[in-house]
Design a protein. Sequence first.
Length: 264
Amino acid sequence: MYIDGSILSDYFLVGVLLLIVASFIAGFIDGIAGGAGLVLVPSFILAGLPPQIALGQEKLVSTIGTIPAIFNFLKSKQILWDYVLYGVPMALLGAFVGAKFILILDPSIVGKMVVLLMPIGLIISIIPKNKTTLQTKETKLKKYILYPSVFFIIGFYDGFFGPGTGSLLILALHLIMKMSLVSASATSKIFNFASNIGAFIAFFIAGKMLFIIGIPMVIASMVGNYIGSHMTIKNGDKFIKPILYGMIFLLFLSLIYKYFIKGA
């Protein structure tokens, strides 16, 4: 179950405690700007979980852990439901398909594509934007083709690899749908929850989850998500921007290492 010579193999309780701390930190970051997987997946692998189980475990923790953040944003009335109603099914479907692929294919190709696209996303996100919360004109092409396609692609990435999905969703909602960062952060939690469920189902069917050690990690993640989302609602856009860009940058560096340095 655990890799020989790892922390979980040789010092089980110490390994679990460290993963609980990592889950809290990941939840806090996720409640603000997404990106819990950037902490969780490497932590699980370093602790001694095989890669596919590490990805499945991340879905277990993230799916349930994000619920407090969703309730916080529901109370703040920042979620824009018009986008949720037709976007969530696509995010869920995309994540399920992506997770099924990761169980049979090498994710390096998708990872390299993300690495190449990340600088473009960062450059676009730095360009000054108007403070409008919604587009003034919605066309049928955008509503029924562009937006669902974006949610399916991000959902697919979430199921296929995962880390940084929350940050990518916030950027998509902010840059493409023209939401404020607070509304984008709030609405992204619904989409991320849906994509997590899609991937969760696929990994659960494949038996790639460890519920015994996952329960305390889920609790820690829920506490972190609650605190992080509360700080987002209280402090607004200025609080989100540096953390969002920081998470995107960390994702970029981690993927460069994973697919171009380590995998070279």
